[in-house]
Ligand binder design. Structure first.
Ligand code: 1HN
Length: 363
């Protein structure tokens, strides 16, 4: 029999008072007897189960691209994209070692694909987003159509869609992968299968989804069959232009600077049902007002440099760095040059569940 205190870490046997001690001892004996029936006393863990406010068991963290890139390139010599299936270095939360999680609901990694390589076709119920960090001209194919990727592009591979990647350019390409892996694991709703061929058949000319869905128009008789966006590449050129124009149209938001969310044009919702994606511009010298929200968020620095204070830690960052802000941690960003930040979180899920909260500190 495993002692009760060994499996229920919150149960403390420490006691100095004799009368209390006998009470505690008999409680402890009771807990041990009911544990054999797979039962436990709620009153010993109630406060941890229902905390007065979020008490995340993960921490803020920062990945400096200058430190990361040599290892990514070294991985390129260790294994091919084909053998690896996906050659990715996982960005794992330091407080969640061994879990492949950057937050309890999100996975993040940096994927390398070298000139001439193919990452073979497969599909899975986990949805993925790509945010292009470095390189030009590699492609992703999703359900019969290719898209050529450029730095700053945001590309989605929705749940259960066939996808493969290739690099016909002359330079390595690196992107940030964001997946809802931990959420799908929580639900035990994961399915996956490999394609018959490394590269799926291309049946739709490149740019077709863009023409059908990304020009403020939709095909006249088209009805959405799923929550996922019918657009699968949101190019940086357009996002950047929108942000540049906004800086001329009015003052920045105190907490966000100029911040936009990516959208499924057919629903107004997030492009991926499980992950929200955002892009924000912070003017040179701008410091955001303290802000917190319940969605733990992963950031990719697209342009500029500065620092973020997350809780009691401060990280200096620059272009191509990544960092993570835990749920309900107070964050202040300071931009020392004009900065553009991409970010993603589980916000759409929390919103659907009426859970999402923010605290703008009165601003
Ligand atoms: C995956 O399919 C990709 O398609 C990237 O590029 C990262 C991490 C875990 C499981 C599947 C991709 C992944 C992944």
């Amino acid at each position: 029999v495993i002692p009760y205190a060994a499996t229920h870490a919150w149960f403390s046997a420490g006691c100095s008072d004799t009368w209390m001690c006998s009470g505690i001892a008999s409680r402890r004996d009771f807990y041990e007897r009911i544990s054999s029936l797979s039962m436990a006393p709620l009153w010993e863990s109630l406060h941890q189960l229902v905390p007065p406010q979020p008490a995340p068991k993960y921490q803020p963290a920062h990945w400096d691209y200058d430190a990361v890139r040599p290892f990514l390139m070294e991985s390129g010599a260790l294994i091919t994209a084909k053998e690896a299936v996906r050659r990715v270095l996982i960005l794992e939360n330091p407080a969640m070692a061994g879990t492949a999680c950057i937050t309890p609901t999100l996975y993040a990694g940096l994927q390398l694909i070298l000139p001439g390589e193919v990452a073979p076709s497969h599909r899975h119920t986990q949805s993925a987003l790509r945010f292009i960090v470095e390189g030009e001209g590699a492609y992703t194919a999703v359900d019969g159509e290719r898209t050529t990727m450029h730095e700053g592009d945001f590309v989605i591979t929705p749940t259960w869609t066939w996808h493969d990647h290739g690099n016909d350019s002359s330079k390595p390409m690196v992107w940030l992968d964001g997946l809802d892996i931990p959420m799908i694991a929580l639900f035990n709703a994961g399915f996956a299968e490999n394609g018959a061929e490394d590269e799926q058949e291309i049946t739709i000319p490149e740019g077709t989804s863009d023409a059908r869905f990304a020009s403020g128009l939709l095909p006249v008789d088209w009805k959405p069959s799923r929550q996922t966006s019918p657009i699968f590449n949101y190019p940086y050129a357009r996002t950047r232009e929108a942000l540049a124009r906004l800086t001329k149209a009015g003052p920045p938001d105190a907490c966000h600077g100029y911040k936009l969310r990516y959208v499924n044009p057919a629903s107004g919702g997030a492009p991926i049902a499980t992950m929200g994606t955002f892009m924000q511009l912070l003017p040179k010298g701008f410091a955001t007002s303290p802000y917190r929200s319940t969605d733990g968020t992963v950031f990719s620095v697209v342009e500029g440099e500065g620092e973020s204070t997350i809780g009691d830690r401060t990280f200096r960052w620059k272009k191509r760095d990544h960092f993570v802000v835990p749920s309900w941690a107070k964050v202040v960003h300071k931009a020392s040059s004009e900065t553009v930040l991409f970010s993603f979180s589980d916000r759409p899920v929390q919103e659907r569940l009426d859970l999402w909260r923010e605290d703008r500190g009165g601003k």
